[in-house]
Design a binder for this molecule. Structure first.
Ligand SMILES: *[C@@H]1O[C@H](CO)[C@@H](O)[C@H](O)[C@H]1NC(C)=O
Length: 234
């Protein structure tokens, strides 16, 4: 009896004190995309890591309290009945359900750390860009992060990922040139030394609220409390 009472009280206080969140993955692109998700270390997988989203389809995905992880969109995928195949961008090792694998860059990311003690969220172009992506919190005074300008169309030639003459992704300078000043690695692994570059500025100009290089925190991280989030592709 006492134990039962305690459990009930425990459940009750959990539901009051710690929030879970609902993500809605919304595909506003003209084509089918395949959403991918990767959870932070020790956090449960959502939707087994990936699912197909038809044009104009929205799918709710519930995350437990204190979940962290990322979402991205994969383009031009083909999978067989067992869920094996490949995608032109964002591929996670050739499987529909990413189950712990990240998306191959260049890929635009929506990143979350929930209940820490507030929710932190951002759009990141640190791994480059493949699709327009936005985060819309359900709470009114929380900031919407939109990255909807067509970066593939204004991508510098040396960063373009092409397929059949069409630009399908825009690489980060780090990915394209693998230099410490672009990757903020080695002697540049320091926010006072690693600064925006002419390449990161292309991303920042197109998407001012998104991360354009690894130490872009000041203008790219947002917080909210008690919200659900819509992640919109295109
Ligand atoms: C960026 O600067 C480098 C030299 O520092 C130059 O070669 C390159 O063309 C510039 N790219 C853009 C997109 O401005």
């Amino acid at each position: 009896m006492a134990l039962w009472h305690f459990s009930l009280l425990f459940l009750f206080s959990c539901s009051l004190g710690v929030q879970s969140a609902r993500f809605t993955l919304q595909n506003n692109c003209q084509n089918t995309i395949w959403a991918g998700t990767l959870s932070g270390s020790g956090k449960p997988f959502l939707m087994n890591g990936g699912l197909e989203l038809n044009s104009n389809e929205g799918v709710p995905v519930d995350a437990p309290a204190a979940w962290s992880g990322r979402f991205w969109g994969r383009t031009k995928c083909t999978f067989d009945a067992s869920g094996k195949g490949s995608c032109a961008t964002g591929d996670c090792g050739g499987v529909l359900q990413c189950n712990g694998a990240g998306g191959a860059p260049p890929v635009s990311l929506a990143e979350f750390t929930l209940d820490s003690p507030v929710d932190f969220y951002d759009v990141s172009l640190v791994d480059g860009y493949n699709l327009p992506i936005s985060i819309t919190p359900s709470v009114n005074n929380c900031i919407e992060v939109k990255c909807t300008s067509g970066l593939n169309q204004i991508c510098p030639k040396e960063l373009q990922l092409e397929s059949n003459g069409v630009v399908i992704g825009c690489k980060s300078a780090c990915l394209a040139f693998n230099k410490p000043e672009y990757c903020c690695s080695g002697e540049y692994n320091n926010p006072n030394i690693c600064k925006p570059t002419n390449y990161s500025q292309v991303f920042k100009t197109a998407c001012p609220k998104a991360y354009s290089y690894p130490y872009d925190d000041a203008t790219s991280t947002f917080t909210c409390k008690g919200a659900d989030y819509t992640i919109t592709f295109c």
